[in-house]
Design a protein around this ligand. Structure first.
Ligand SMILES: [Mg+2]
Ligand SMILES: [Zn+2]
Length: 159
């Protein structure tokens, strides 16, 4: 049987988004947004996989490396009861023209392959149009745009 998933953007959805052209480069800069824990606990109880899809061009720009990013993701998951099943990230910059940097659907499609996900039963939540575009390009109709650094619980009230 296929699984269903809630795809989440990271910065501005799970943790506080740094200001424009700034990046989370160390675990000390992580601030988990309010109610994320509660949101994820409900989502997991409803049988969804939780998958993070995030653009991290800071790696390409030399602000952090893959190991540091892995530490940051481990730290996020520790703070969230390990509710997150997987993190997928794009480390490329615009000019690399990769297939994974959102609005491209590559990160989502890789997760679909790895977890045998039914996109029709899945959702994506993001705080920028490129998240929504990636969802639509992958075939997710249930794409929810939220204001940056807001509460995910509003999504539950509306669905
Ligand atoms: Mg974001
Ligand atoms: Zn990429």
């Amino acid at each position: 049987m296929k699984s269903k998933a809630v795809f989440l953007d990271r910065d501005g959805v799970i943790n506080r988004k740094p200001s424009e052209h700034r990046y989370v480069t160390h675990v000390s800069e992580l601030v988990i947004l309010p109610h994320v824990n509660k949101f994820l606990s409900r989502v997991k109880k409803s049988g969804y996989l939780v998958i993070v899809v995030t653009n991290q061009r800071g790696i390409s720009l030399g602000h952090l490396n893959h190991d540091t990013l892995a530490d940051i993701h481990k730290c996020i998951n520790n703070k969230l009861n390990n509710y997150i099943d997987a993190f997928y990230y794009c480390h490329h910059d615009h000019h690399h023209q990769c297939a994974c940097r959102k609005p491209k659907p590559g990160l989502i499609l890789q997760a679909v392959k790895d977890f045998n996900i039914d996109l029709h039963k899945s959702h994506l939540i993001g705080d920028s149009q490129t998240d929504i575009q990636a969802a639509h390009a992958a075939g997710i109709k249930n794409a929810h745009l939220i204001p940056s650094n807001s509460s995910l619980l509003k999504i539950l009230d509306n669905t």
